[in-house]
Design a protein around this ligand. Structure first.
Ligand code: BES
Ligand code: ZN
Ligand code: ZN
Length: 493
């Protein structure tokens, strides 16, 4: 994983331990800014304005390479995470970088650590550029976070686990589809969890057929690379809560026979982001030994057109017996998730979360930074609070009862898309999924299990210029919030 190692240092700036220093500064008139440094900063007009970044020559202060990043007068932990991340992302060519924050905010070191792992991630394994040429564009391999004496390396475990989770998602999403078939993704998931107290089960195409998983099979049937379902179970002794996570894992979404136009197909290897996130989150839960049971379901298929592919008008039978008329083969995510949600529900978890790059309509509704949230019970609220705590952006959308009839099919129980009607496309998808959330205790009279659906079609990929710790490319949006949500047992805290 191309992300920096982090460690705590207690040596104050300027430290000799590092090849370069990053100073995050709220205001240059802070008494912690030495006269020598202030002179150097004044000379380049650096005032500490939020988002400003500069390389500084400050011989009176340090002989090391020095970069400063502004936090602004009114900053909080989110600002620190973001700006230290931005600086780590931009300061390339140094092996070991030390970070110090000049601020009154408690726990700044933690936000700085998180930011530097997130901003320090870089995916260059597929570049053939020689090592010595890459050296100047490489981000730090090691980051030393300056922290108070009582803080030790052990205090970094949460930042490390969440940073590694996001890096894992980015690695998997950046891996081109030719190197990541459903089988490869499933095997990888089973492999990286063997060292942890996680039990992995993989359904191959035969097992999926035997189990009646018509949604996953119907989507995967057009591809030469057969589909998979993966279940990862982390069940620590004494756990009182059980969170089920279900992820959309389309290794490539061509649209199937309802083929996407060329431009819309570009980047569709990202369509397995949800599956990558649930894998990363269950791994983090086990690494952190969270006292909560987590079951992650990865619904993995390749959506390809071929002589065997599912046609518009075909009817699939989902694993719970529900029949679905496939009116658009490009609305495939909801089909694989339906099977995953039913399978997850059968184990009667306390709460179900699904994560998916589900609808292009999400980008129209909320743009590219917010994750769209739908669901019922207190799960959406619990998730929104978690995302608030981790500084991630999410926003709720309503599930509208009056749209229910749009799910009707003439021939089957439901249709997967409302052809010719694009109104509230993300909500239509959410309402489709809701039908597959089981009842509490599997009691047909009971309410459905609390559920939150995360549509990350917009937030999962950053296509514009980098900002804060966010680089161009996969973002792993909501992964950190999910870890926090799981840590809270999926409850409103
Ligand atoms: N994977 C796409 C959604 C998507 C679009 C993700 C852009 C990331 C970026 C999904 O399977 C899809 O194609 N959805 C269709 C649904 C429609 C056919 C009802 C869409 O959004 O157009
Ligand atoms: Zn699609
Ligand atoms: Zn898709």
């Amino acid at each position: 994983m191309p992300l920096p190692d982090i460690a705590i240092t207690h040596v104050p700036f300027p430290t000799e331990e590092a090849d370069a220093l990053i100073l995050a500064i709220g205001a240059t008139d802070d008494p912690a800014v030495s006269d020598e440094l202030r002179t150097a900063l004044d000379a380049i007009g650096f005032t500490g304005k939020k988002g400003s970044f500069a390389r500084v020559y400050a011989p009176g202060f340090t002989e090391s390479a020095l970069a400063v990043v502004g936090l602004g007068q009114d900053h909080d932990l989110n600002t620190i995470r973001d700006q230290v991340g931005a600086a780590t992302r931009q300061l390339t060519g140094f092996d070991t970088v030390a970070v110090e924050t000049i601020t009154d905010i408690d726990g700044a070191w933690r936000a700085a650590a998180e930011g530097s792992i997130l901003g320090g991630y870089q995916f260059d394994v597929l570049k053939s550029t020689p090592e010595h040429e890459l050296a100047t564009s490489r981000r730090a391999r090691r980051v030393l976070i300056h922290a108070p004496k009582r803080v030790t390396d052990d205090d970094l475990s949460a930042a490390r686990a969440s940073g590694e989770a996001v890096a894992l998602v980015k690695d998997l999403v950046s891996t081109p589809a030719d190197r990541q078939s459903p089988e490869q993704l499933a095997d990888f998931a089973a492999e990286i969890t063997t060292e942890l107290p996680i039990q992995a089960t993989v359904w191959d195409e035969q097992a999926l057929a035997d189990g009646g998983f018509g949604g996953i099979l119907g989507v995967g049937i057009g591809s030469d690379r057969p589909p998979r379902l993966v279940r990862l179970d982390y069940a620590p002794e004494g756990a009182e809560r059980h969170v089920a996570l279900v992820g959309k894992g389309i290794t490539f979404d061509t649209g199937g026979l309802s083929l996407k136009p060329a431009a819309s197909m570009v980047g569709m290897q990202e369509d397995m982001t949800g599956a990558a996130e649930v894998l990363a989150v269950v791994r983090a839960a086990a690494q952190l030994a969270l006292p909560v049971r987590v079951t992650a379901w990865m619904c993995i298929a390749d959506n390809m057109p071929s002589g065997r592919a599912t046609r518009p008008g075909d009817v699939l039978t989902m694993v719970d017996g529900t029949t679905v008329e496939v009116t658009n083969t490009d609305a495939e995510g909801r089909l694989v998730l339906a099977d995953g949600l039913v399978a997850a529900s059968r184990e009667n978890p306390d709460v179900i979360v699904d994560v998916a790059t589900l609808t292009g309509a999400m980008v129209v509704a909320l743009g590219t930074r917010h994750t769209g949230i739908m669901g019922h019970g207190d799960a959406p609220d619990a998730f929104l609070r978690a995302s608030d705590r981790t500084g991630e952006l999410a926003w709720p959308l309503p599930l509208m009862e009056h749209m229910a009839e749009e799910l009707d099919s003439r021939v089957a129980d439901m249709q997967n898309a409302n052809v010719g009607n694009r109104a509230a496309g993300s909500v239509f998808a959410g309402m489709f999924l809701q039908r597959f959330i089981g009842r509490i205790d599997n009691d047909p009279q009971a309410e459905r299990i609390p559920w939150v659906h995360l549509d990350i079609a917009g937030s999962g990929m950053s296509t514009k210029s980098p900002y804060g710790f966010t680089d161009k490319g996969p973002t792993g949006a909501s992964t950190r919030a999910l870890i926090d949500f799981v840590a809270a047992g999926g409850e409103v805290v």
